[in-house]
Ligand binder design. Structure first.
Ligand code: IVH
Length: 703
């Protein structure tokens, strides 16, 4: 990816560009929202640099080029060694060109590189005196920074005491993990504050804020270690000579957090090809990381190479940032649409001025619920920060409040269901049409008969529309009492199609119980949860007899979900009765209901105790206690299975299926074309199996 350069045509445009960049930079470093997103800022900076290269005699003194933090920040605590920024590259070609220029500078190819995630937070220096954390300083303009020691004690990974009584400076990034960011926004809004636009902003605002009525935690990741004037001479000499990778191991040994404990630990590489392969791996893992990264930092690892390469006023020549495409862009919120889903939930969706994020044009973004709109104080016409990572649905983070013109309009909430006009139940955060599943019956039925639910072949969306419009079906159960004559009255329905459809409907009656809760559209029960409920209770009668506490015995159901599932089951009672009367199977083959002697559902054993008993019962199974991730295309005996069927198989064999690889994963089944999940498994040292090896392992459970 090459970020295009902003074109600057004359001196006036250049002056304006400098002003815009300085202003944006000030917002960025001060913890307010910048008026430009990262991508727009990079383009502007490249444009400014290009113009200055052509007109060296007209460079403005306030120009942000050549300055750390674009010259936008201040501070009065001098750094002992300048705290520099990094130059950027945007493509493999630019990176290879950088390695060549480094080789020219040092007289040979760099022997070894360190390849690290570029953490998206704030550069911070932590000074330790005889092992105690004595001072915390921001990068500032690189030569002096701001004292933010008031934040000591609120930053995870930055201990107040090191494992050794050494006097050193650890440099690194202060950031908020996704969970910390969400928590910070909750606390901030509860105190009447405005939402932070993103974790970086939240960390910047929080780190610099003094005397706040509340504290919210942040996280530190170290990426450098250097001596201070008082450092013991022998240690100072060792630090001066140590390879960067050895220094980072030392930082971790002192007890300071580094990326070593994450899915993207620092690695060393010997060639540009190896570096680029690692860049790809880190990029593939980006969306799943619990913290933001905006690129990969590549450093000459050996101290001698670093010393020979030296540094410029803004950035070292021995390191470079390989920028990844931005996952956030600023665009305008044009409209809010209210759509009714298959369960009757009325969900708002933002219509955006189209914006390209990481190669995709984004026109819609989720807005969760009305309370969320209010909490974010969004208005029509607002400039908003939109976030899109991986294949996740884009979301609006926050309005860029200082770009408001005063013409923005409040967002109107619907007073009646936008689909059927019925009243709205707004008692919960997510609003719901009082007609519930019947409001958008076509969507509810189409989902219920889908491949992973009741799997009725030949009953696609168009047929469902026909059946509903002809009033032949008013709920899911009506499907099972359809007659041949009724079907033949439909347009484009011949005798063969009608017979095939009736056969498909008849065989759907025999699906395992595990397909029923999700087919009913019980909120909070996707395919995998539906299977867990069915396997736990074994019969629909036992499921329906469960109270909220008993429901919590199911793995993954907590105090919040349990009562709502119980309430929905009660709401769906007439429909479940009707389905059972029509002959739909309500039993899970091979499962046994929780019995009174082995952790009863009814006698008051704790939900945790019953979960444990169920787990012990399963130990005879080949996948007992294992968390399995399937990735890539299956071959051999497993070739025809959908992902859902694979997950069902894993669970039948006693395992737990998951879609993402983490430290908790025990086995990754990597089929043909497996990519990032396989790479992550290798990085984390997780056991891998081919499709055939896995088929052998669970042979008794196939079919
Ligand atoms: S090394 C002199 N390593 O990126 C070397 N910086 O855009 C400069 N950053 O100011 C720092 N992750 O705030 C280094 N693994 C990493 C980093 C990293 C994030 C930040 C740092 C720096 C900025 C430059």
């Amino acid at each position: 990816m090459t970020t295009p350069v902003a074109v600057i045509v004359d001196a006036a445009a250049y002056a304006q560009a400098v002003e815009d960049a300085v202003k944006a930079s000030a917002g960025y470093y001060a913890g307010g929202t910048s008026s430009l997103d990262d991508d727009a800022y990079d383009r502007l900076m490249r444009g400014i640099a290009a113009w200055e290269a052509e007109h060296p005699d007209q460079v403005l003194p306030e120009s942000p080029t050549g300055k750390v933090a674009g010259g936008a920040v201040e501070g009065d605590v001098p750094h002992t060694v300048a705290m520099l920024s990094l130059d950027n590259v945007f493509s493999p070609e630019e990176f290879t060109a950088w390695t060549a220029s480094l080789a020219r500078r040092i007289g040979h190819q760099a022997e070894q590189f360190s390849v690290e995630p570029k953490l998206d937070g704030l550069a911070t220096a932590a000074r330790y005196t005889r092992g105690r954390l004595s001072r915390l300083i921001t990068r500032g303009d690189g030569t002096a920074g701001e004292d933010v020691s008031h934040a000591i004690g609120t930053i995870e990974g930055l201990p107040s005491e090191l494992a050794e009584p050494v006097t050193v400076e650890v440099r690194g990034e202060v950031l908020m993990t996704t969970a910390q960011f969400e928590h910070a926004n909750e606390v901030r809004t509860a105190h009447g504050g405005q939402l932070f636009a993103n974790p970086r902003n939240a960390a910047a605002g929080t780190l610099r804020a003094k005397d706040r009525a509340y504290t919210v935690p942040m996280t530190f990741f170290g990426y450098g270690l250097l001596p201070l004037p008082d450092t013991d001479t022998a240690l100072a000499a060792r630090l001066g000579e140590g390879a960067h990778s050895d220094l980072m191991a030392q930082v971790a040994a002192y007890g300071v957090n580094t990326t070593a404990t994450t899915a993207v630990p620092d690695v060393t590489a010997r060639t540009a090809e190896q570096v680029l392969a690692r860049v790809k791996e880190i990029a593939a893992l980006r969306a799943e990381l619990p913290f933001g990264i905006d690129g990969i930092v590549i450093k000459a690892d050996l101290a001698a190479d670093q010393q020979t390469a030296g540094s410029g006023s803004r950035a070292p020549r021995w390191a470079i940032a390989y920028k990844l495409p931005a996952v956030e862009k600023i665009t305008r919120l044009l409209e809010v649409e209210w759509n009714v889903g298959r369960t009757g939930i009325i969900a708002p969706r933002g219509v955006l001025e189209p914006v390209e994020i990481d190669g995709a044009t984004i026109t819609y973004a989720t807005l969760h619920n009305p309370a969320d709109i209010t909490r974010r104080d969004l208005r029509l016409g607002d400039h908003v920060m939109v976030h899109r990572a991986g294949d996740v649905i884009p979301r609006i983070e926050a309005p860029v409040a200082h770009l408001r013109t005063g013409d923005e309009q409040p967002i109107a909430f619907p007073e009646a269901c936008p689909r059927c006009g019925a009243a709205i139940d707004s008692s919960e955060q997510r609003w719901r049409c009082e007609n519930g599943r019947n409001c958008h019956l076509v969507a509810a039925l189409t989902y219920a008969v889908g491949r992973d639910q009741l799997d009725i072949e030949g009953l696609g969306h168009t047929r469902v529309v026909q059946l509903v419009e002809a009033c032949l079906v008013t709920d899911l159960a009506d499907l099972f009492t359809l007659t041949r004559d009724q079907l033949l009255r439909l347009e484009r329905m011949g005798e063969t199609s009608a017979d095939n459809l009736l056969t498909a409907i008849a065989s759907a009656k025999d699906r395992p119980l595990s397909r029923v809760p999700c087919a009913l559209g019980i909120r909070g029960t996707g395919r995998s949860m539906s299977r867990r409920i069915a396997r736990h209770f074994a019969t629909m009668d036992t499921i329906r007899a469960a109270d909220a506490e008993t429901m919590q015995q199911v793995d993954g159901i907590g105090t919040e979900k349990a009562p709502s599932i119980v309430a929905e089951l009660a709401e769906l009672s007439p429909l479940i009765d009707k389905l059972a009367a029509a002959g739909v199977n309500m039993i899970e083959p091979g499962a046994t209901p929780p019995s009174p002697t082995t952790g009863d559902t009814m006698d008051g054993d704790s939900p945790e105790a019953t979960k444990a008993t169920k787990a012990t019962e399963a130990t005879a199974m080949p996948l007992a206690g294992m968390t399995v991730v399937v990735t890539g295309a299956m071959t051999g005996p497993l070739e025809k299975l959908s992902r859902n069927q694979m997950n069902e198989l894993i669970e039948r064999a006693g395992g737990r299926s998951s879609s993402s690889v983490s430290k908790k994963t025990t086995l990754v089944v990597a089929g043909e074309g497996a990519g990032s999940k396989r790479a992550k498994a290798e990085t984390l040292g997780i056991r891998l199996a081919t499709s055939d090896e896995f088929a052998t392992l669970i042979a008794d459970f196939i079919g």
